[in-house]
Design a protein around this ligand. Sequence first.
Ligand code: NDP
Length: 518
Amino acid sequence: MSTQETEAPTTSAAPEAPDAPQIAVVDPASGRVIQHVPDLDAEAVRRAAERGRAVQPAWAALGFEGRARILRRAQKWVVDHREEIIRTVVSETGKVWEDAQLADYGYGAAAFGFWADNAEKYLAEERVKSASPMSKGKKLLIRYEPLGLVGVIGPWNYPLANSVGDAIPALAAGNSVLLKPSEETPLTSLLMERALLECGMPEGVFQVVTGRGQTGAALIDVVDMIMFTGSTRTGKLVAKAAAEALIPCSLELGGKDAMVVLADADLDRAANQAVFYSMFNAGQTCVSVERVYVEAPVYDAFVAKVVEKARTLRSGVEPSGPGATDVGALTFPPQLETVRRHVDQAREAGATIAVGGNPPEGPGLFYPPTVLTNVDHSMEAMTEETFGPTLPIMKVADVEEAIKMANDSPYGLMASVFTKDAEKGEAVARRLEAGMVHVNAVLMGYLSLELPMGGWKTSGVGARHGVGGIRKYTKTQSIVVSSRMNLKREPYEYPYTGTGYKLVGALNKFLYGRGRRD
Ligand code: NDP
């Protein structure tokens, strides 16, 4: 990583706000300031919105194929600039290179092509038949129009996947996009703004507006729809603001994902996945394994395997390149306090810290991989989102208790169940209260962009990916064309002489009065 601040990237919204106060972007692994970006105010956001709206009709008019050409070029750009992207992500998040490659670079490389290939199919006009007698002989169509200007607000944990990633289907649908990345991690978004311009996207179609929470709040006032990823707390504020502006919102929020390990599970696979998906990205993944419930007969064996694996993980050093370390830094300074609080509180309440638990002194924002046992639901480590490299494991009597404990949460993002009996696993999956559940796997469904990925309960409203993941960026128009049997006057129209009344009554009885009644 460079030791000096590199040249500040510009945002397309920045030239009009030359006097904007600056935000220092810090490498959390070293504590060094690496760049500054402007903290744009509401006026700068409004001007960016005007620019986005002005160019949107021409972008929409390019059609699916015209837009897909540019998105496919962007896919190639991502692949060609792999190292630059990974370096940028690592520098502003403190994550390790492998994590940045798998989840940020890998997601971007896939998503540009996916939406280029599927937008037209997902948004194709549909011809429907209606049961209504009033529609007989008429052509009924459903079509999808871009909303216009979409606002995307993103968190700091996956600056490419969760910020730019959500902009891609919005762009593919024909919208202009204003993206407000987290103030902690704006550099990847700015890099991708440059990428899209180089790939031929007209100026103003995709703009990054850097800033803090107020910039995000200002964004909601000027867009036609808001796609938000972040904490449940901020998500509620965004939903209120969207209600005030009367615009749709889609919310991807926090999680406390449970893993259930049944007595017949492949314990090596389960232990490996538990360790990997709790520590990956230093645990700062909305869909990481945040808590584990293990059936009593295999609890000790499972814990022993997890402890053995977690002990070998390297952390606490700067991620200087591939292979340098296993678990990177935390990205967001207050997050270190949350992790510390959850672990310390659990320890005081009687939990055993089987691995880790003692964070090193700075300068980097590091917390060591930590495994907790003897935990229960009186501890925040089991009930609140920790978002750090911690793995609390709880013993349960049987599958019924595992399901009950897993569902004892305000969150419902993802969950997983491990068992060699796939049928039993699927039956358990259906009873877990989460938007996506894996059997003998964790998280991978996130990368199947055909599958809707959204949270239940306080983990979100709406979903990304799948058909709904692009239709939410459109407005539906239904068209009814009456070209045949166009009578001069329909029998139910004026004047009301009583004949039409009888006729419509008889028709209703004929249509709806003959159903089976048991
Ligand atoms: P926050 O909710 O703190 O922030 C998210 C974004 O909202 C940031 O860009 C933030 O700006 C901005 N923001 C803050 N206040 C407002 C406001 N009043 N109006 C509009 N925007 C505002 O989340 P984090 O960045 O801390 O991200 C971590 C959270 O994200 C975790 O809870 C995690 O589970 C969740 N998440 C959910 C995912 C999912 O798919 N369900 C995926 C990834 C993360 P700034 O940073 O500048 O303050």
